[in-house]
Design a protein around this ligand. Structure first.
Ligand SMILES: [Zn+2]
Ligand SMILES: [Zn+2]
Length: 158
């Protein structure tokens, strides 16, 4: 069974503690390296890849390995504590702050991914269920465009 997450924005500290607690509950060992990966996930708003998390951590944690990053992601995935976004061109990106489906806005130039909060998705889902008879259990909604930074770069290079 999936754990229902409160959708109110949590502080990174609270979210970090929640992830640590959930892993401990199921007897996962929280090594300093795993804790560091959880911290990056709890703090990141830019939907990092495993490779970018590893690159961020290796200076501070010389014993960090890419395998540890993947293993930690895998443990979170098993428990529904991380949202994995798969892209054919950007690879897999992760949201540890909000492990439930939510709309994303993606820059086609630099690969930046940001969340969008205001869309009333539940109203749309309710209508879809009423109209199709499906019991909708999950969703994925991506919007593509060019982020403000990349628009500025484009304007400057003209
Ligand atoms: Zn961009
Ligand atoms: Zn997100």
């Amino acid at each position: 069974m999936r754990i229902q997450h409160e959708k109110a924005q949590q502080s990174p500290q609270k979210r970090l503690q929640q992830m640590v607690d959930r892993l401990r509950e199921s007897d996962c060992r929280i090594t300093p390296q795993r804790y560091a990966v959880l911290r990056v996930l709890a703090e990141s708003t830019d939907h990092p890849s495993a490779e970018s998390m590893y690159a961020n951590l290796i200076d501070q944690y010389p014993t960090m390995s890419l395998a540890t990053v993947y293993k930690t992601i895998h443990l979170l995935k098993l428990r529904g504590e991380i949202l994995e976004l798969e892209f054919s061109d950007l690879g897999n990106r992760y949201d540890g702050k909000k492990p439930y489906p939510h709309p994303h806005v993606i820059c086609t130039e630099c690969g930046k991914i940001v969340d969008h909060e205001q869309l009333d998705l539940q109203a749309i889902i309710n209508r879809m269920m009423a109209e199709t008879g499906f019991k909708i259990v999950t969703n994925r909604l991506d919007f593509y465009g060019i982020c403000p930074d990349c628009q500025e770069t484009e304007n400057n290079s003209e």
